[in-house]
Write a protein that binds this ligand. Structure first.
Ligand code: DQA
Length: 146
């Protein structure tokens, strides 16, 4: 089975973007961490980042096609700022029925109030936040048990 890990806007800047909040790891480091976690569980990995909402919708649909074939372990989505704005991403998750982990590197609940609401949580099987980039590996370990 395959784990989808999708990353939204500005996560390509990881490593230099507000390091006090998001840490020093780059997105390439996160991808390597995910590859190692998937290898531990014998899972394949599809890892993507986009700054464009519709591109993320298309990848959720792609994961949904695997899900329909029983070949998706789970979808781990760090929708970044779209978490707090996007009905389109929520509808994509609901429309495909993909088992979702909503992930945030930071603890969004300890930050500005506009980060406290997520459109995705209602459709998520699990929510991971505040573990830094280690959360990606922890989420893969959890998805491997689904
Ligand atoms: C984030 C939290 C969001 O509020 C923010 O817009 C991001 C990253 C996180 O990983 O902590 O871009 O999803």
């Amino acid at each position: 089975k395959t784990v989808y890990v999708l990353n939204g806007p500005n996560l390509n800047l990881l490593g230099t973007r507000e390091p006090a909040i998001y840490g020093a790891s780059t997105l390439a480091d996160v991808q390597a961490l995910c590859e190692q976690a998937c290898a531990r569980h014998g899972l394949a990995l599809a890892f993507h980042q986009s700054n464009h909402e519709g591109v993320l919708v298309d990848w959720i649909h792609e994961a949904g096609r695997l899900h329909a074939q029983g070949r998706l372990a789970g979808l781990i989505l760090n929708a970044a700022a779209y978490t707090h704005t996007s009905v389109a991403l929520l509808d994509a998750v609901k429309g495909t029925g993909v088992p979702l982990v909503e992930l945030h590197i930071s603890n969004v609940h300890a930050r500005e109030s506009f980060r406290h609401h997520s459109y995705l949580s209602a459709a998520a099987r699990a929510v991971m936040c505040g573990f830094g980039v280690a959360g990606y590996g922890l989420a893969i370990d959890a998805v491997a048990q689904w």
